[in-house]
Design a protein around this ligand. Structure first.
Ligand SMILES: [Zn+2]
Length: 194
């Protein structure tokens, strides 16, 4: 029964997102691209937590185009690795026992193979997509967590600033059991409560 409920709540969450009921982030919203700033949207529905990050690539990588050499390729992979380790980026109320289920990373200027979780060996395709200079680009990350004790979930500690030092401010929005709220996070203010 509990399994069924958990399944049902996931279905409802997915349905709500795809129907556009929930204000999920669009990473490339016009005018939203400011270096040092990022947006975070957290949707809690029962045991399921979805987090969307939209950030200029500059905050995470230091450049906003396809990598041009091996050093830059390694930088992209190091960034992706940090983002895949989302249990070190988002520290939920421990008693809620939230577990990372999936991670998705997307950027218009980075080949999917560079953002893949498994290390790739070949170089083919890594320079795919437009290598346009002087154009801004973003990264969108989506994480799904599942919490074993969702009623214990009261908030999250956001550790993105420690991992990405160019990041200075995050505009965060939460849709949770108590409705919607928003907060501005900074290296000195990293806690979201709901
Ligand atoms: Zn930029």
């Amino acid at each position: 029964m509990k399994q069924l409920l958990r399944f049902m709540s996931s279905v409802v969450l997915i349905a709500m997102i795809s129907l556009g009921v929930m204000p999920m982030a669009k990473a490339n919203e016009p005018g939203a691209h400011v270096h040092g700033m990022a947006t975070l949207e957290i949707a809690i529905d029962g045991a399921a937590v979805q987090i969307n990050l939209g950030s200029p690539l500059d905050n995470l990588l230091g450049f906003e185009r396809a990598p041009r050499n091996e050093k830059e390729r390694q930088s992209v992979k190091a960034m992706a690795l940090r983002l895949y380790q989302a249990d070190t980026l988002f520290i939920f109320t421990p008693a809620a026992q939230c577990r990372l289920e999936s991670t998705r990373l997307e950027s218009a200027v980075l080949a999917p193979s560079l953002l893949a979780p498994a290390p790739d060996s070949g170089k083919s395709g890594d320079t795919a997509k437009a290598d346009t200079s002087d154009v801004h680009a973003e990264l969108a990350a989506t994480w799904h967590f599942q919490c074993a004790v969702p009623q214990a979930l009261q908030g999250v500690e956001v550790h993105l600033f420690q991992k990405f030092s160019s990041l200075k401010r995050i505009d965060a929005a939460v849709v949770g059991p108590k409705g919607q709220s928003s907060a501005k996070l900074s290296p000195k203010s990293t806690r979201l409560k709901w």
